[in-house]
Design a protein around this ligand. Structure first.
Ligand code: IMP
Length: 176
């Protein structure tokens, strides 16, 4: 198994699997009979989203989108930008935004506002992880995997300078 002296395991592969299945079951109930579009936010949510949809027992469409993190200094204004947009109109669709982690909340806040303008039937937010102590903008998280302390996390899609996305668990990165 891949290991690294700088990473300490926080959430195991088994814990992830169990929680992702629970979330998928809840979504299967909630979106029954609805035109569902699941949107994975690149790149961090890809691993989580691919496990999630395989446990969702209902018809759905999947899309991906890219969003730039705010350039240095812009965090205070919450300025973000779509770098890769959806391929289909959202009007009348039930949208499920899938994020890896809600940290300050600025990204999800930006995405919700952007997609509300496209008049979907509904927008729900799903985040595998939430760091409540870092909140700058309150955003409703309809489906949340784990609430975590303010550590820098890697693995299961999350990166540090593009590395560690392929770890099967979530770990704390210690670069000291
Ligand atoms: P926001 O601050 O809620 O807008 O989060 C923006 C993005 O920062 C998230 O979607 C993640 O891609 C990234 N991010 C925040 N915290 C972490 C972390 O602990 N590890 C890796 N990426 C993170």
């Amino acid at each position: 198994m891949y290991s690294d002296q700088h990473v300490t395991m926080l959430i195991s592969e088994t814990q992830l699997k169990t929680r992702v299945q629970e979330m998928a079951q809840e979504m299967t109930r909630d979106f029954q009979g609805k035109e569902l579009t699941v949107v994975a936010v690149l790149k961090g949510a890809l691993v989580f989203c691919s496990d999630l949809i395989r446990s969702m027992d209902l018809p759905l469409e999947m899309e991906v989108l890219g969003v730039s993190s705010y350039p240095t200094g812009a965090e205070t204004t919450g300025e973000a930008r779509l770098t890769f947009d959806l391929t289909k109109p959202l009007a009348g669709k039930h949208l499920l935004l899938v994020e890896d982690i809600v940290d300050t909340g600025l990204t999800v806040d930006f995405l919700k506002k952007t997609f509300e303008a496209r008049q979907p039937a509904s927008i729900r937010v799903c985040a595998l992880l939430h760091k409540p102590s870092r909140t700058r903008v309150q955003v409703p998280i309809d489906y949340m995997g784990f609430s975590v302390e303010d550590h820098f996390l890697v693995g299961y899609g999350l990166d540090y300078e593009e590395r560690y996305r392929n770890l099967p668990f979530i770990g704390v990165l210690n670069l000291g």
